[in-house]
Design a protein around this ligand. Sequence first.
Ligand code: GBH
Length: 504
Amino acid sequence: MARFIIALTIVVVTVITRISCCDVVKLTFPSGFSLGTASASYQVEGAWNVSDKGVNVWDYHTHNRPELISDGRNGDVACNSYYKYQEDVALIKKIGFDFYRFSISWSRVLPTGFANVISEDGLQYYKNLTAELVANGIEPVVTIYHWDHPKVIEDMGGWTNELIVGWFVDYAEILFEALGDSVKRWITINEPDSFCNGGYNGVRKAPAKQIPASIGKYLCGHNVLKAHAKTFRLYDEKFRETQGGEVGIVLPLKAYLPFNASYEEEAETAFQFNCGWMAHPIYHGDYPDVMKTRVALVSEYQGYPWSRLPEFSDEWIAIINGTNDYFGVNHYTSELVYPDPDEEQGIYTYDNGLLTTVDSSWAASASDWLYVNPSGFGYLLRKIRDEYNNPPVWVTENGYSDSGELDDYNRISYYYEYVREMLIAIKRDGCNVEGYAVWSILDNFEWQDGYEKRFGITYVEFDDADTNRTAKLSQTWWTKVLSKRKLQSVPTSTNTRTRLPWKK
Ligand code: GBH
């Protein structure tokens, strides 16, 4: 009998624990949680040469090196959002999002690249878009820079020239002045790792400069940190008191998981090279120790008389330290990390000394870099909580690519699983996530993948002059999620509408 009672107690306790666990992670959004959707100027606007707009690096890159874009296409027209912004806003409202994250095209606002000429038309477009959002009760979240800087600045070295810091701050100041009464959440720079690596250490992103041995990449990151910090300081000095907004940077973060239990330290190193590269200087002052020692070591091995990772003066460390009002995270996927076996033979190929792979159980997407591993999202959010003293986090992008299916069950299940992980991280683990954005509201120009990889919850007919939009099933699903403020189950696949043969 005693045994039976003990057994019964165990069962009851287990059930209660389970229930309270599930209660904690009921799939509702916390009150005050902000749900939005995102885009970027070059990916959606089109209108690449209207009015007095200047040429930016992506105009130049796609026009001059179409062979570097998988379908040879460009953002000249894209989604036509320059002309269709009212339709876009109406759609965002209909779906029920709280905020819209869009970016500003530097060369549309400053045709010469510099602050000597401000394009009235260019600025007016962003004033109109912002006003339209506000009038419809949608919060504007503005990215100052999402990869499309003026070509003239690239002619002078772009992000590898420290003078860009001043030019960037001039540009940001014009935006704070023009839009800051309505815009309360600013993102200085989107994903330094992506354009510094893709653009100055390879050819996947503009300006496609293959500067050897990550020298260009690290220099780019160095100047990004300075530009971000100076912009933050400017906001503090001139705008914060009257405008009362928040300023942060957005980092592209993968979850780096140990390939097996003995590679915890390697996973930590991968995290520091990815997230810590930008976040450590911003939250703790200076680059992570492991980055400094590893890059110095490999640089020496390669015969450089100095480390390819630049150094900050004490002055710059102080300027950069503490310049994030919130932590912006773009998250899509995970990787498994293990040590490069060559290093045992004394051969140093990679600054971080690591190789990565993916688990064969992770579902694929249309993008070669995106595999589905929802638990990585929770892992990453807890890591940020622990590493940076639980800062307020805004997930500024999360999404899944396919080739344009209208009944996009894979996308719905991706969102369900990933958002569920996020809700658990918030409710069970106390991660301070305040907002989340769906990438993307529309199919759009996917950089080196052209129009072939689609991330939208809305289908866009790029071959039609009207660039018509059609709801995908995931759009309908998000509409329901937003109206209930609760995750909805994933519909099971019945008949599948494949991508449209568009009817004119
Ligand atoms: C985001 O980057 C971008 O902010 C957004 O503009 C884009 O549309 C969206 O993702 C979907 O791609 O070239 O093989 O070295 C996501 C993070 C980081 C993913 C760079 C692709 C390049 C892999 N990206 N990464 S590779």
